[in-house]
Design a protein around this ligand. Structure first.
Ligand SMILES: CC(C)(COP(=O)(O)OP(=O)(O)OC[C@H]1O[C@@H](n2cnc3c(N)ncnc32)[C@H](O)[C@@H]1OP(=O)(O)O)[C@@H](O)C(=O)NCCC(=O)NCCS
Length: 224
């Protein structure tokens, strides 16, 4: 499945969840979800004609900006190479890519990628399913030529919102940041206390605001 990501003309970003037919009017509606906090509602519907239409200034109301999908076997070499400069440790690229065949997190995870509308793959990340209600994020990487354009943040938000749509708003995410935590703070994560910082310089972070439960802390210990 492929999900389209949109930018509203006022600037907010949305995840397209699909279209649905109104049971009474028999007209199609777009179903979509906010990629930002919205106290009123996260999921919205709007008549498809209006969703695809233009505002009174002639601007597209919702502009497609990229697509998200699950990484397929044929995408793997492309997306794994995005992290080569950061994690390659001087190995040849072929050796670096082959090392994923033995990576526990790679093997147990589900990867998502972000592609531009012309099909260029620009970013990817891995999700680790720990238990019901608890997911890990790992190996966020953007193609070097496409960094600094907001793609990592967009993909992260879209993956998190898709998972919350399926599992509920209380779903918690864990991760270890190897970069300035601001990237993840802007997506709703906070830096965990010293007692959880076992893999420095990577910084342990969690989404939400409540402290980790004992069980969540145990999953964090066994992350790698
Ligand atoms: C880190 C990385 C994934 C960021 O991807 P990106 O698509 O360039 O990120 P975005 O453009 O979405 O940046 C979002 C925010 O992240 C922060 N950020 C981005 N790259 C960063 C970096 N290398 N170091 C620190 N902060 C960074 C910035 O604060 C940026 O906010 P701004 O747009 O307000 O300036 C990318 O540089 C990369 O692939 N690096 C190699 C692999 C890696 O280290 N991954 C991180 C694993 S935790």
């Amino acid at each position: 499945m492929t999900w389209t990501l949109y930018r509203h003309f006022k600037g907010n970003q949305y995840l397209g969840l699909g279209t649905a037919l109104d049971s009474e009017l028999k007209t199609p509606f777009e179903v979509y979800r906010c990629l930002y906090e919205n106290d009123l509602a996260k999921n919205w519907v709007r008549p498809l004609e209006m969703f695809e239409g233009r505002n009174e200034h002639g601007q597209a109301r919702f502009e497609s900006v990229a697509r998200m999908r699950v990484v397929q076997p044929e995408d793997e070499a492309t997306v794994l190479a995005f992290g080569y400069d950061a994690w390659g440790e001087g190995k040849p690229l072929s050796e670096f890519l082959a090392s994923y065949e033995k990576s526990r997190n790679h093997l147990r995870g589900t990867r998502y990628l972000l592609e531009l509308l012309d099909g260029t793959i620009v970013c990817n990340l891995n999700t680790l399913r720990f238990k019901r209600g608890l997911l890990g994020i790992a190996s966020v990487s953007t193609a070097p030529a496409f960094r600094g354009r907001g793609y990592a943040r967009l993909l992260l938000k879209a993956v998190m919102e898709l998972q919350k749509f399926h599992e509920g708003e209380d779903l918690r995410f864990l991760l270890f940041s190897e970069v300035n935590p601001e990237l993840y703070e802007s997506c709703g994560f906070y830096v965990l206390g010293k007692e959880h910082q076992r893999f420095t310089p990577s910084i342990a972070m969690a989404s939400g605001s409540s402290p980790l439960t004992k069980e969540e802390g145990e999953f964090l210990k066994a992350y790698f």
